[in-house]
Each structure stands twice: as structure tokens, then as C-alpha cells.
Design a protein around this ligand. Structure first.
Ligand code: SF4
Ligand code: SF4
Length: 429
């Protein structure tokens, strides 16, 4: 695709990078078939190719974006399915990040949207604030239909994601290896996951310790920056990245392990966000399933043969290009893994997309739930807390993180959410 940026624009590294990204696009359109918003809406401006053209025009012109440009950029899930399909290697993630930052700096949104976009990172990036908001949400569950009637769809969407209960997970410290020690890893504590699904951290610590690793939950770290990045708040995201790099600088781990796929994608981009300062973290960042595939699972002591539908989070399969490892690990641990039809399509979670674009997100969720139901599996495994919260309300089968299943198979407790499934199996025998 041709570009016509001015010399002054190209002197800015962000514009120079975007110009190079745009020029790689040859307009072939292969990406359209795998783009969830194009599949749903059939509008070229909601396809990757259409958005690249739209972003080119918006950035070249500079200044205030049009309402249409904002609408079509906002509808993008940042799922990066287009990067998996693109034969020309277009770094669409870089381009959409630049577009969002440009809109954030130059477009005056209506005040309710502005308020929501400030409130989301304020609440979601601090586990204590999020836990307090969830407690409030639990007591306000009955208000969801009212919010929908009052056209306060984002608030109704938020309430739908609130878990019935959640305990606080273990805090900072070093949890020693329980088998022959092989090394030390930092486990990113995250901000949304410990509040929404604290059992995931517990399972990951047990599993990694059983695999021979001391597990460090580090003092002073915070949100990885993904939520701010999704909202176009690039400076805020950069500051969060910097804080984490400093918090981990003295620890010299073998790996920095994440259990939320979206956070892993963000950590792996620290070199891009921070330059030299972020290289060390980016090189050591591993999704927990990627890490276990590299170092090997602890011995399997409990083979259940349970039928599991593996839902591949976009941030894992497209963002980190980890397509096969998670399902293979589950199969190695004795589960009957079922592939989900249309597995490349996003479930609609996509960071805070399900709050900002609840209508499209719900359509994607229902499509995903129908595809999962077709597998006939009794359990669903999804390696990202956002996906877990998004799809669980639309499914009869319980949704767990793969590390909960791997922990169980290697000697850990059975995930509580599976009690119902196991009881039903026993009755059927
Ligand atoms: S990131 Fe996802 S929603 Fe956005 S253009 Fe690419 S495929 Fe479409
Ligand atoms: S597949 Fe790649 S090169 Fe082809 S239109 Fe899409 S982004 Fe452009």
C-alpha cells in the first residue's frame, strides 16, 4: 500500500514504523476471512485491510479523526488473527496501537465514554480496587436488567462478568521447589486474574514448584500495561512496563511466567515499548503452558480421560503464536482434548472490549459457546482470565484454566468447579 507521510511525520519513530507497516500490505485480502468483525459485519472498513487504509488516511491527514474512523478502529478487537493469516508479515498490532494512541490524543469522546475509559484502568489495574468493585458488583447483580433497559450496556456487561465468590490468593514471597530444584521463575501476579480467578495462581505455584522451580511472587510489580495499551494510553502503559522491569531487575530468574495470555503478549513486547531497557524481560517472558512445554510436566499421577474443549485465547495463538503446545500438554496429561470449531475466532473478551463493545462481544461469545458445545466436552480449558469470564456465563460446562487441570493431573487438588462434573460421571457409571 502506498503512503504519503510528510518528512516531519516520518521523523517521529512511531510514524516511520507505521509507514513501513502500511507499505507491507499488498491488499490481497487473505486476512478478511479470519477477522471476527468482518465475519460478523461484512463491512470492508471492519476488516484488517480496510482498517489499514482507514488508519493510513487518518495518520497522514493528522489532527482530529472523523467519527467513522474512530468507530471502525474502536470495533477492532486487537485479536491479531489477521497477523496469523497475513502472508506479507504486516505488523498490524503496532499499527492499531499507534491508531488508538492517536485517537486518544486527538478525539474528544462524549463524557460517559471518557469517564469509563479513565475508570477502567483505575479499577482494573489494582487488585484491591478491583476486589472492592467486584464485591459491590456481587451485591448489585439484580440491577443488570435495569442497566440494560437504561442503555447502560457497559455496566450490564461488567456485572455479567462478576464471579459468584473469590478468595484472595497467596501474596508476595518465594515458594520453594518441592522436587529436585532446577531453577527459579518469577510468576507475574497480574491484576484482573487474582481478583476474578485466584485459584489459577494457586494451581500455577503448585505446578511450577512440582516441576522443580522456586516460584517468586515479586514485591513492587504491578499491571503489565495491557489494559492501558488497549485503551490507547501508551504513556501509562510504558510507565507500568518500566515499573515491572525495575521490580524484577535484581531477581535473575530463568523465566518470567504468566498465567494470563494477554499479559504474556504484553511482556514479550517490552523490548518494543521500552527499547534496550525491556529486552531482558521480553527475552525471559513465557506463558506458563509454553514454559511447561519447554521444561516438561511433572510426572502424571492422575489420568482422568475427561473430555476437555481447549479454547485458544487470541493472545496465545495469534499474539504469541503458541498454537499447539497447550492442547498437546493437556493430551500428555491424560485428557481427551477436543478442538473447538472456528477456534481462530475471538470470544469477544479482548481486554476490555466486552465492556466497551458489549453488543459485538456478546455475538462473538454466543458463537464461541455454540462451537464449544458442538465438541461434546464436559469441561472447557482457557488460558486467559478474560476468556474464562467471557465464555463461562454462556456455557453449561465449567470453565477452568489449563494449569488447574495440569495441577490436578500431577497430584494437585481437583478444581472445585469440576465437582459437579465428577459427581455426574460417578452417577452415570
Ligand atoms: S486485530 Fe482482529 S478484529 Fe482487528 S483487524 Fe485484525 S483480525 Fe480483525
Ligand atoms: S493479508 Fe496482509 S497483505 Fe493481505 S490485505 Fe491483509 S494485511 Fe494486507
Amino acid at each position: 500500500m502506498r503512503t504519503d507521510f510528510t518528512k516531519a511525520q516520518l521523523a517521529d519513530p512511531d510514524y516511520a514504523e507505521s509507514a513501513s507497516t502500511i507499505r507491507k500490505c499488498v491488499h490481497c485480502g487473505f486476512c478478511t476471512a479470519t477477522c471476527p468483525t468482518y465475519v460478523l459485519l461484512g463491512d470492508e472498513r471492519d476488516s484488517p485491510r480496510g482498517r489499514i487504509e482507514l488508519i493510513r488516511a487518518m495518520l497522514e491527514r493528522g489532527g482530529r479523526p472523523t467519527k467513522a474512523e474512530v468507530t471502525h478502529v474502536d470495533r477492532c478487537l486487537s485479536c491479531l488473527a489477521c497477523t496469523t493469516t497475513c502472508p506479507s508479515g504486516v505488523d498490524y498490532g503496532q499499527l492499531i496501537g499507534h491508531a488508538r494512541a492517536h485517537i486518544e490524543a486527538n478525539y474528544p469522546r462524549p463524557w460517559p465514554q471518557r469517564l469509563l475509559r479513565v475508570a477502567l484502568p483505575y479499577i482494573l489495574t489494582r487488585p484491591r480496587r478491583l476486589r472492592a468493585a467486584l464485591a459491590l458488583g456481587r451485591s448489585a447483580q439484580g440491577l443488570e436488567p435495569w442497566f440494560r433497559r437504561l442503555r447502560l450496556a457497559p455496566l450490564a456487561a461488567l456485572l455479567r462478568l462478576v464471579p459468584a465468590s473469590a478468595k484472595a490468593p497467596r501474596g508476595v514471597g518465594t515458594y520453594p521447589a518441592v522436587e529436585a530444584r532446577r531453577g527459579r521463575v518469577i510468576l507475574l501476579q497480574g491484576c484482573v486474574e487474582p481478583a476474578m480467578a485466584p485459584q489459577v495462581r494457586e494451581a500455577a505455584v503448585r505446578l511450577l514448584a512440582r516441576a522443580g522451580y522456586d516460584v517468586v511472587l515479586a514485591e513492587g510489580e504491578g499491571c503489565c500495561g495491557a489494559i492501558s495499551e488497549h485503551l490507547g494510553r501508551a504513556d501509562e502503559a510504558r510507565e507500568m512496563a518500566r515499573r515491572n522491569v525495575l521490580a524484577w531487575a535484581h531477581l535473575a530468574p530463568d523465566a518470567i511466567v504468566t498465567t494470563a495470555a494477554g499479559c504474556g503478549t504484553t511482556l514479550k513486547a517490552y523490548a518494543h515499548v521500552l527499547g534496550e531497557e525491556g529486552v531482558h524481560v521480553a527475552a525471559r517472558a513465557r506463558d506458563v503452558l509454553e514454559f511447561l512445554a519447554e521444561v516438561g510436566l511433572p510426572p502424571i499421577v492422575n489420568v482422568t480421560g475427561l473430555a476437555v474443549a481447549y479454547h485458544a485465547p487470541c493472545s496465545l495463538q495469534h499474539g504469541q503464536k503458541l498454537g499447539v503446545q497447550p492442547a498437546r500438554l493437556l493430551a500428555d496429561a491424560g485428557f481427551d482434548v477436543r478442538a473447538v470449531p472456528e477456534g481462530h475466532l475471538c470470544c469477544g473478551s479482548a481486554g476490555v472490549y466486552n465492556i466497551l463493545q458489549p453488543e459485538l462481544a456478546t455475538r462473538l461469545r454466543d458463537r464461541k459457546a455454540a462451537n464449544i458445545a458442538r465438541t461434546g466436552a464436559v469441561v472447557v480449558a482457557a488460558g486467559n482470565v478474560g476468556c474464562m469470564a467471557q465464555i463461562a456465563p454462556a456455557l453449561d460446562a465449567p470453565v477452568v484454566h489449563p494449569v488447574e487441570l495440569l495441577d490436578w493431573a500431577t497430584g494437585g487438588p481437583r478444581p472445585e468447579t469440576l465437582d459437579r462434573v465428577v459427581r455426574a460421571r460417578r452417577r452415570a457409571r
